[in-house]
Design a protein around this ligand. Structure first.
Ligand code: 3H9
Length: 697
């Protein structure tokens, strides 16, 4: 086995190369190797040390897999201090992504050189911690206070050119990190350049840290780490010495290490990567997809066409007539202009997308050559079946036929074709060129390579793809339907929609459920309720106040009124006074005596409904793993990332406590609050949801 850090002598220079693929994470072996390398270089009388990474990157940070386990010496802050303190000249040569602890090792070196494509940053806040190896103490000294605060509190990496500009590195050069590192170290030795420890550099003028802390805290919407990072930077000014500053930083780092937020964010980091790795697809080759058909050019169809164009696919969009085609083209061009504004494409790319790559047609015959078609027409089974019969008649053999339905049964849609093995659900979220989530809905007869193609397409479109089985609403909308109902019941029983929205935004959602409903359009839920009415169980409680709004023509933002009243040109809305009247009428009609709900009670009921339905979705196999549900809620429904997802949240609360609450609520409404069998099973076995994530490999 290769050593994690390989030691080599080239003349006066001791070369320490990291060999820990894929990202040279600073695991215990790496830390030991670096320490041993420095000591050996000193003992052997080398004059300089060069540190670089083999493979695709310099160190991408501490080894996150070690978080939460006992720390083993040498810990990174001590190692960084030791590197900085050596009497030899230390040079780091950066390529790939020098992140977190990686950049901290580089900052402890005396000189830094990077290849032009290198990126560097301190992204620790995204993992719920802060730089814990001197990053908050060294970066302000070298890059100035504004740049340091920006990098540390946002976690955003910067380019090599920007880093040079800010003084984070000394030079940018073309070549391999080994070549440029050796050349630079030789040059420094020839010039007799001195050691240049960052810890001795003077601090710049401070800022108003309390003010910065408050601003960063507010921006974090409940996430703590960015604000705590401000306090760590502040310690550089208040500490008795540089090492005291590092010690204070370490204390804050260790405090954050103990938080639920750190656990939630690390869960999100690994789950985001695990979610689209399906063991059954490792040996399956996806079909080639270079061109995509889209049926329907409304908001959804235009968004799907936009995301496809942005990823380099050619698109044939089919609309019913010339007017609808022109409107679809306008929507797509509008979306692409937005991408141009945000710097995602340049003018030439935009033109080639709209002129060469996009065809708008009114005839299904134009789809005869495409590799995959996504249907995004009206949510009606008869309409969908008609569309799929037409696709079956016109598309070439082997073309994948996908539906973007949010609720309907893909098996029934597939049955309208002679090739159910080629039919799949690809459920995008609106706006499809912005939202990251893609539910890949696998029907009974969908062929494995069609599933693999769905995931390959998702990757190409830069989506987070999650496998879902068929059920009403698939993973996300089915769970949303349940927690929305819990919210509606609370309103019927006396909570105000605005109190619920406030509680959920304080929990970390960008918007509460009633503001979201206004944004999505209240008519969607209205139609779904009407569709379900004939098969509804008579034991189910039904609220009427939302229907009353819709009957009055108030569908939310698009009509100017819903739960909130909106004024043109103003962000957000204010409470719509009619809503209170409708709720009162509903309570009267159903003989409900309203009661008050504490914020804690609201949060608990809302989350218990979400967790309970999520547990049913996993228990029934609609989602394979709890982490699949977590990623759907994170990327499609604005669930706060720092909680990791509803089932991670449930683990952190303790599944037994959640089950107790559900049983308590069931005394009021035994039909809605039926506990999920999987939740009961986990509690009986003394296990948590995360145990199931580890079982499926
Ligand atoms: C820190 O440094 C704290 C210090 O301040 C103080 C300490 C005392 N550890 O993303 P990819 C795995 S906090 C362990 O698919 P890419 C990853 O799970 C750290 N494993 O590749 C995946 O595994 P698998 C600060 C890690 O090219 C594989 O490597 N650093 C780590 O799309 C490939 O990853 C960060 O926050 C890690 N640090 O992106 C950087 N990083 O193949 C976090 C990755 O089994 N990492 N893995 O699924 C990243 O942002 C991206 O991985 C990176 C590469 C940009 C580096």
């Amino acid at each position: 086995m290769t050593e994690a850090i390989v030691y080599e002598r080239i003349g006066d220079i001791a070369v320490l190369s990291a060999q820990n693929p894929p990202v040279n994470a600073l695991s215990i072996d790496m830390r030991r190797g670096l320490l041993a390398g420095i000591e050996r270089a000193e003992e052997e009388g080398a004059r300089a040390v060069l540190i670089y990474g083999e493979g695709r990157t310099y160190f991408a940070g501490a080894d996150i897999r070690e978080f939460g386990k006992p720390m083993v010496a040498p810990v990174l802050p001590d190692l960084c201090n030791r590197i900085e303190a050596t009497k030899l000249i230390v040079v780091s040569a950066l390529h790939g992504t020098a992140l977190g602890g990686g950049l901290e090792v580089a900052l402890s070196s005396h000189y830094r050189i990077a290849v032009p494509g290198a990126k560097m940053g301190l992204p620790e806040v995204h993992l719920g911690v802060i730089p814990g190896a001197g990053g908050t103490q060294r970066l302000p000294r070298i890059a100035g206070i504004d740049a340091a605060l920006e990098m540390i509190t946002t976690g955003r990496p910067i380019s090599a050119a920007d880093a040079l500009n800010k003084g984070v590195i000394d030079r940018v050069a073309e070549g391999s990190p080994r070549e440029i590192g050796l050349a630079y170290t030789r040059e420094l030795l020839e010039q007799g350049a001195p050691r240049r420890p960052v810890c001795y550099m003077p601090l710049p003028d401070p800022v108003d840290f309390d003010d910065t802390y408050e601003k960063v805290l507010a921006r974090g919407r409940g996430q703590l780490s960015p604000a705590i990072a401000v306090r760590a930077v502040q310690a550089a000014w208040e500490a008795e010495s540089f090492l005291d500053g590092v010690r204070q930083e370490r204390e804050l780092f260790m405090q954050l290490m103990e938080t639920d937020q750190r656990q939630g964010l690390i869960h999100a980091f690994f789950s985001e990567r695990a979610v689209s790795k399906l063991p059954e697809l490792t040996e399956v080759t996806p079909r080639d997809i270079a061109s995509m058909g889209v049926i329907g050019g409304g908001t959804m169809g235009a968004g799907i066409a936009t995301t496809a164009l942005l990823s380099g696919l050619s698109v044939v969009l089919v609309e019913r007539d010339d007017d609808a085609s022109a409107a679809a083209r306008d929507r797509i061009e509008g979306n692409l202009k937005g991408a141009l504004k945000r710097g995602k494409v340049d003018q030439a790319q935009l033109e080639s997308m709209t002129v060469e790559a996009l065809t708008i047609a009114t005839d299904y015959a134009d789809l005869s050559e495409v590799d995959l078609v996504v249907e995004a027409v009206f949510e009606d089974m008869a309409v969908k079946r008609e569309v799929f019969a037409a696709l079956d008649a016109h598309c070439r053999p082997g073309a994948i036929l996908a539906s973007n339905t949010s609720y309907l049964d893909i098996n029934e849609i597939a049955a309208a074709t002679s090739r159910p093995q080629d039919v799949i659900g690809l459920h995008f979220f609106s706006p499809a060129h912005v939202m990251k989530l893609l539910e890949v809905v696998v029907a009974d007869q969908t062929a494995p390579e069609v599933v693999a193609s769905g995931f390959a397409l998702g990757k190409r479109l830069k989506k987070i793809s999650v496998r879902s089985g068929v059920c009403d609403g698939f993973i996300g909308n089915r769970i949303m339907n349940s927690y929305r109902r819990a919210a509606d019941y609370m309103v019927l029983d006396g909570a105000s929609p605005y109190q619920i929205d406030k509680v959920m935004t304080e929990f970390g959602f960008a918007m509460g459920p009633f503001a979201v409903a206004d944004l999505a359009g209240l008519d969607i839920g209205w139609a779904a309720r009407k569709r379900r009415a004939p098969t509804r169980n008579p034991r189910e409680r039904v609220v009427q106040f939302s229907d009353m709004l819709c009957e009055g023509g108030d569908f939310g933002q698009k009509t100017g009124k819903g739960f909130y009243a909106y004024e043109a040109g103003k962000r957000g809305g204010s409470a719509n006074p009619q809503v209170a009247e409708y709720i009162k009428r509903d309570q009267r009609d159903q003989s409900v005596t309203p009661k008050s709900f504490s914020n804690e009670d609201i949060l608990r009921r809302y989350m218990c409904a979400m967790v309970n339905e999520a547990a049913k979705v996993v228990g029934e196999g609609v989602a394979r793993r709890p982490l699949d549900v977590d990623m759907v809620l994170l990327f499609g429904y604005g669930f706060p990332r720092f909680w990791g997802g509803p089932l991670k949240w449930a683990d952190l609360q303790g599944p037994a406590a959640i089950l107790d609450d559900i049983r308590r609520y069931a005394k009021e409404d035994a039909f809605f609050w039926r506990p999920a069998p999987l939740l009961e099973q986990l509690v009986n076995e003394g296990r948590i949801f995360d145990d199931l994530n580890r079982e499926v490999t």
